[in-house]
Design a protein around this ligand. Structure first.
Ligand code: LMR
Length: 334
């Protein structure tokens, strides 16, 4: 059908529907840095669908993936200024706006599995961490999963010695900086959108990320080796500009909360499969050699990273690390 006819028909429908639905929808700009075909990308798309459905079209969510609007640090500033309304930055990216506590999630090997993670995010500690965002002009609505990180480089990474002197791209987290230094590597903070090119041109030697992020950005094509380390975790905090959120009509906010709860369930259900599939695709591509660590090599990596816990204590607080560890080990929900 001719698109002008479709447009006119849509306009007529709106006119006939009367003033309530003819009103301009409330627009939520949801910006993020990863590909649409990732756990976060799919979660954002799902939220957009559900938000429009549950508000009966009163809200339109525009999703901007792949840093199309803003890169890592800029997007947080844009949210604070109200240029975008929603984001889902990783836990590792809140330090630059003065909320360093989320970097506790960056401690190497702190999360044994996703069940332990849920005990943190769904319990009182998760709630308390979210409340730290309010004085920064944002509200934490939910935790979304990605997965466990792997290291890659152009030389095989088996023992801690293999990391020495290598330049690694990291996210803007002091805990991740300490992690790389503990291995004798040189950390370099860089926006996610710049990583592929930096690897390709040799600006950095290696990086750490989840399989889904590596595969969708084609990082595996410019890294000769990928070590199966599962040494850390990437997850997200979905945030909204507080002024915008508080200013919404009550019924709209309730519908958006419902949409967010369902999108969160969905995103957290698909994250493992998305990463498993990406990992299988990376292996199948044959572009990077997968290195499986022996039990001794994994233990050596863990041991080399242990000093990070003491260093992180002055950053995020010893009490917080202990509370986090206690929550991961608790039985049942805390
Ligand atoms: C990264 O910068 O490596 C990740 O945080 C990107 C993301 O949002 O998953």
């Amino acid at each position: 059908m001719n698109k002008w006819i479709v447009a006119s028909a849509a306009a007529l429908t709106l006119a006939l529907a009367g003033p309530a639905t003819a009103q301009q929808p409330i627009v939520i700009k949801f910006s993020h840095v990863v590909a649409p075909d990732t756990p976060k990308g799919k979660g954002a798309t799902k939220f957009a669908e559900l938000a429009e459905k549950y508000t009966g079209g009163k809200v339109k969510v525009e999703v901007y993936p792949n840093s199309a609007l803003y890169k890592d640090k800029e997007e947080l500033e844009a949210l604070q200024l109200g240029a975008v309304q929603m984001l889902a930055p990783s836990n590792s990216k809140f330090g630059p706006i003065g909320v360093k506590e989320f970097e506790v999630f960056d401690l190497p090997f702190i999360l044994p599995d996703k069940t332990a993670l849920r005990r943190v995010t769904d319990g009182p500690l998760g709630k308390r961490l979210l409340s730290l965002l309010e004085p920064k002009g944002m509200i934490g609505l939910a935790y979304w999963d990605n997965g466990f990180k792997q290291f890659s480089a152009n030389k095989p990474l088996r023992t801690p010695e293999d990391y020495k002197g290598q330049k690694f791209r990291i996210q803007s987290s002091k805990v991740l900086e300490a992690q790389m230094r503990a291995l004798g590597a040189i950390p370099q903070v860089m926006a996610f959108s710049e990583v592929y090119q930096a690897l390709q041109t040799g600006v950095v030697d290696g990086q750490e990320n989840t399989p889904s992020n590596m595969y969708t950005q084609k990082m595996h094509e410019v890294q000769k080796y990928t070590a199966h380390t599962d040494h850390g975790y990437i997850g997200y905090v979905v945030i909204v500009n507080k002024k915008f959120w508080d200013g919404l009509p009550g019924d709209v906010r309730t519908s958006l909360e419902k949409a967010m709860a369902e999108a969160t369930k969905y995103a957290n259900e698909i994250s493992q499969t998305e990463n498993d599939e990406a990992w299988a695709d990376i292996k199948k591509s044959g572009r990077t050699e997968i290195i499986e660590l022996t039990a001794e090599q994994k233990a050596a990596l863990k041991k080399a990273m242990l000093p990070v816990y003491d260093q992180a204590a002055s950053r995020v607080g010893k009490g917080l690390i202990e509370e986090f560890e206690k929550a991961t080990q608790a039985t049942g929900t805390n």
